[in-house]
Write a protein that binds this ligand. Sequence first.
Ligand SMILES: [Zn+2]
Length: 264
Amino acid sequence: MDFMCRGRRRIAAAFLAATTVCLPAAGFGFVVPSVTPVPHKRPEAKSPVVPVPVPKPVLSFSESTAPPEAEAADEMPEAVPVPCTVQFADVVDLPAIVGEKGCGFSPAVRLSGVNGTANVGFVPEPTVNCRFAGALSKWIEEDLAQIAVETKGERLKAVHAGPGYQCRRRNNLEDGKLSEHAVGNALDILSFEFVSGDIVTVADDWSGEDPDKEPRRQFLRAVHDAACKRFTTVLGPGADGYHQSHIHVDIGCHGKTCTYRICQ
Ligand SMILES: [Zn+2]
């Protein structure tokens, strides 16, 4: 039993060393507890796995009378990642994101790429919820890969985007509704990198008169149109001044039945 006790302390020490505390943003704060991430590929599964509570072990007499530091270690919160299994998405399972003022979600993942025939990466790899990781990956695999070849004449290599999760309100304002970013439901896409190394950016290529750049404009417009069929909210440069440099996509709920879509 004493062997078990020492083992528990080592696990707690490893947890403490790996814990990451993220700085508050715009009046919010959040903490992302992290343990050793578990990368995996499961291209055929279709839906998130329902989280299963991990039972606490029953303390033995020797454990309950252990020295003070071991007692403290026993009180550490369990940061066990909830497995996420979604089609086309390469993900690293993360512990539940726990933030202030309604921020946070689970299952949480770091999305590293799309593993279908598209084979597209993310720069940087965003932190999002499992369901959004699936929706985004499906859009890239089934729509964007083909759009890239049809309009730009080459394959897509990577999507350059924001961090995904951000504990903040909409448009970074101090008041108003919580952003879908705060619950892992959204991503801001800045640009697209192709296998040649060429990069099409929303900021520079969304509009213009240069005929040589017409394929770039066609690519972005087709990407935007396809997104409107996949996500409940799509906000590009045509939406407002907050979205001149990126396309925001999310799977947030609009209306009582969550079927209303915003495409701008
Ligand atoms: Zn956004």
